[in-house]
Design a protein around this ligand. Structure first.
Ligand SMILES: Nc1ncnc2c1ncn2[C@@H]1O[C@H](COP(=O)(O)OP(=O)(O)OP(=O)(O)O)[C@@H](O)[C@H]1O
Ligand SMILES: [Mg+2]
Length: 279
């Protein structure tokens, strides 16, 4: 059985695996992945984040988590992957991808076999979320193929859309059955987010005959930058921000749980903030 199908066979028995990916870099994959993980944990789900942006890993920076052993170190030393899992950071476990010189490390076929086998053992989770690097490599594509779904992160900028489509085309040609969900990040409004999704949807339908699903959008929100600088995930930094509320809406789509009611005062503050940002 090939690696991708082995991972999927295991997934059927245990965690739901999702790859957070994009064509263009810097569109918000890591922020979306980390905060989705925390929000899932708050719903009582057991979640592991695998930082698969090898060499540029920054999940641990956003979460201000002490860097533990990296996935690359354990793979190269053939140490069980569980030894590198950092437990309970905002309720989620993380596997650090490795930064700096790890970028130069090549994963051989044997390394990949070992990594896949080790990931199969981590079955105690409800969700395993892979934070991918921007663009495609052979290794990252193999992982994405083994996931239950890919979440493509887009921003409304044409460059993000073009690169997102090119990336989707690449993945689709190799793995046409892989389900694809889209999250539009940094949108100015719901309307803008929907327009962005619809452009992608039409292109996928027309040129790839592929159906994709809209998972929701996150607004461009000044609290994200502040949260990143404070090294606190935005969902923890300000639970009442618009972006935290929108994230909960995405979680509703993802898990099928009913949305939390939003307090009138929070809605008013959200609207006021939007007005201020426009000035
Ligand atoms: N919704 C948002 N509102 C405002 N700023 C945002 C938002 N999402 C992301 N950002 C900004 O974009 C930056 C990049 O985000 P992030 O690191 O999550 O992107 P990425 O796609 O993971 O990047 P890379 O491709 O380098 O891995 C953040 O540090 C933050 O300043
Ligand atoms: Mg990232």
């Amino acid at each position: 059985m090939d690696q991708a199908r082995r991972l999927r066979a295991i997934n059927d028995a245990h965690p739901t695996t999702i790859a957070f990916a994009s064509g263009k870099g810097g569109v918000g994959k890591t922020n979306v992945c980390v905060n989705t993980a925390i929000a899932l944990a708050e719903l009582g789900k057991r979640v592991l984040i695998v930082d698969f942006d090898i060499g540029m890993a920054n999940v641990h920076i956003l979460m201000n988590a002490m860097k533990s052993r990296t996935m690359i170190e354990t793979v190269k030393a053939r140490i069980p992957l569980a030894a590198a899992v950092q437990k309970n950071v905002y309720g989620v476990d993380i596997l650090h991808g490795g930064s700096g010189q790890d970028q130069l490390v090549h994963l051989s076929d044997d390394d990949m076999q070992f990594l896949m086998r080790e990931l199969e053992v981590l079955t105690e989770y409800d969700y395993v979320l892979f934070d991918m690097g921007a663009g495609a490599t052979d290794t990252s594509l193999q992982f994405i193929a083994g996931c239950d779904e890919m979440f493509l992160i887009l921003t409304p900028e044409p460059t993000s859309l073009m690169d997102g489509y090119a990336y989707t085309k690449l993945v689709h040609h190799q793995y046409p059955d892989l389900p694809l969900g889209v999250i539009v990040n940094r949108a100015q409004s719901g309307e803008e987010a929907l327009q962005c999704f619809e452009r992608m949807e039409v292109a996928c339908k027309q040129f790839l005959n592929k159906t994709i699903r809209f998972l929701g959008f996150l607004p461009d929100d000044s609290s994200v930058r502040k949260a990143v600088i404070a090294q606190v995930p935005f969902y923890q930094y300000n639970r009442k921000s618009d972006i935290s509320w929108r994230l909960e809406r995405i979680l509703t789509t993802l898990t099928g749980t009913p949305p939390k009611p939003r307090h009138l005062m929070d809605r008013l503050m959200g609207n006021l903030r939007k007005q201020w940002n426009r000035v």
